[in-house]
Design a protein around this ligand. Structure first.
Ligand code: HAM
Length: 419
């Protein structure tokens, strides 16, 4: 038997209605903030991620599914959406559009070769947004407000929005120097990843899972003390807007995010639900002021976030939220051998009228067909015999009340629709 690849999952029919429900809701929320959907390829040139996400990041160093295609090009299955959306923005010259800022969202599979764990997959689905073309704290606040609305709309209560600013490139560079100086005397006590990061990406030492309890991590210099005036003002304005919009948040000076492109605003959403598991980050995002130029694009800036549907579902389960999903069908038609053809015709009519309906294909007895109707949560049933065909009338039984009503065969759809 051939098994499913490690770190992937089949989403079975018992689960897909939840996915559809969640994804529909996310599309609607994005639309209410006036974001337009974008779909980019599942694979891109490897260079895009090496340059865009950053070649010192875990994603690029360890987690990418990279292969050579038959034309000897290096191709990578996308590990995230931002770099691809920015590539498309540049390639399609969206900065020339009169309609600014460009507000985009996407929903699709991403691939990272990570150690499998609850809430961590090698293929997962990210819903994300990118707002490009407005360097304005109110823009940042809109994006974080959307994140908040999403989790609130699913009725999740044990959610924490964590916020930080990692400043502009100047502030970041001064801060990096301070970190290298701070960690250098202690680096022998750190994991190999951190040793390698010391000069290339010292900010990542701050959120290393292995070393996070080291005293020198706890008393490391804080980015807030290295923000220049512009960065500090920007951060204060973002916080002012969030307060205005009543978005609750906590600040964490060690939140640096794992991708290289961030500047200024950085945020994550954590689940605080009991029993959620070890991985508590539901969503991550931030501003990326240098990314477009890094990818040879115009001097525009952006902000966005991404969340995985897998982790959103885990949070929904951990908090015991019942999604309002209708799994049933509107009508089950019970037939006898002599009424199968008439049943098939009624079935087609009812379906044409937009209703969900089904019929028996296993030649079950009437009792077996009634059981089947129950199993698939049929809201109404009719039993079609030759008498019904002759009189043109049938008893329609509404399953939840047990009530029956005689109606004309041609009025079945109208009756169910309450017309
Ligand atoms: P990220 O923090 O790498 O950011 O991922 C965002 C979210 O994707 C995570 O918070 C988590 O919900 C989900 N996620 C990541 N890896 C996995 C995994 N292996 N299994 C399940 N879920 C996972 C980004 O990807 C940025 N592109 C976000 C962004 C958009 N920043 C600006 N715009």
């Amino acid at each position: 038997m051939i098994n499913i690849p490690r770190g992937t999952q089949d989403i079975l029919p018992s689960e897909t209605p939840k996915w559809r429900y969640i994804e529909d809701k996310l599309h609607n929320i994005a639309a209410s903030y006036n974001y337009k959907e974008i779909r980019t390829p599942i694979f891109e040139s490897t260079d895009l991620f090496a340059r865009g996400v950053g070649d010192t990041t875990d994603i690029v160093q360890k987690e990418m599914y990279t292969f050579k295609d038959k034309g000897d090009r290096s191709i990578t299955l996308r590990p995230e959406g931002t770099a691809a959306v920015v590539r498309s923005y540049i390639e399609n010259k969206m900065n020339g559009d009169a309609n600014q800022p460009i507000k985009l969202y996407y929903n699709g599979p991403m691939f990272r070769y990570e150690r499998k764990q609850k809430g961590r997959y090698r293929q997962f689905v990210q819903f994300g947004v990118e707002a490009i073309g407005a360097e304005n704290p109110a823009m940042d606040a809109e994006v974080i407000h959307m994140v908040y609305s999403i989790y609130k709309s699913f009725g999740l209560k044990h959610i924490k929005i964590v916020l930080n600013s990692i400043g502009d490139m100047d502030s970041r560079n001064t801060y990096k120097e301070a970190l290298v100086e701070h960690f250098e005397p202690h680096i022998e006590n750190f994991c190999n990843d951190c040793k390698n990061r010391l000069h290339s990406n010292p900010m990542r030492i701050l959120d290393c899972k292995v070393d996070r309890d080291q005293p020198s991590v706890k008393n490391a210099p804080k980015i807030i003390d290295y923000l220049n005036d512009y960065s500090l003002d920007y951060y204060n304005e973002v916080k002012r807007y969030l307060t205005l919009l009543e978005v609750p948040f906590v600040e964490d000076a060690n939140l640096v995010r794992g991708l290289d492109y961030y500047t200024h605003t950085a945020f994550e959403v954590m689940s605080e639900a009991e029993g959620f598991g070890a991985i508590t980050t539901l969503c991550g995002g931030g501003r990326y002021n240098g990314l477009l130029e890094m990818l040879d694009g115009p001097k525009e800036t952006g902000i966005g976030f991404a969340l995985s549907i897998e982790r959103l579902l885990l949070a929904i389960e951990a908090e015991g939220v019942e999604l309002d999903i209708d799994n049933g069908i509107d009508l089950f038609i019970v037939t006898m051998p002599e009424t199968v053809e008439a049943g098939m015709k009624i079935l087609a009519e009812v379906r044409n009228a937009g209703l969900k309906a089904d019929i028996d294909y296993l030649n079950r007895k009437i009792k077996g067909q009634m059981k089947q109707a129950d199993r698939i949560h049929a809201k109404n049933t009719i039993v079609l015999g030759s008498n019904e065909l002759e009189s043109g009338k049938v008893n329609i039984k509404t399953m939840n009340t047990g009530e029956s009503k005689e109606i004309e065969l041609k009025n079945i759809a109208a009756f169910i629709k309450g017309e």
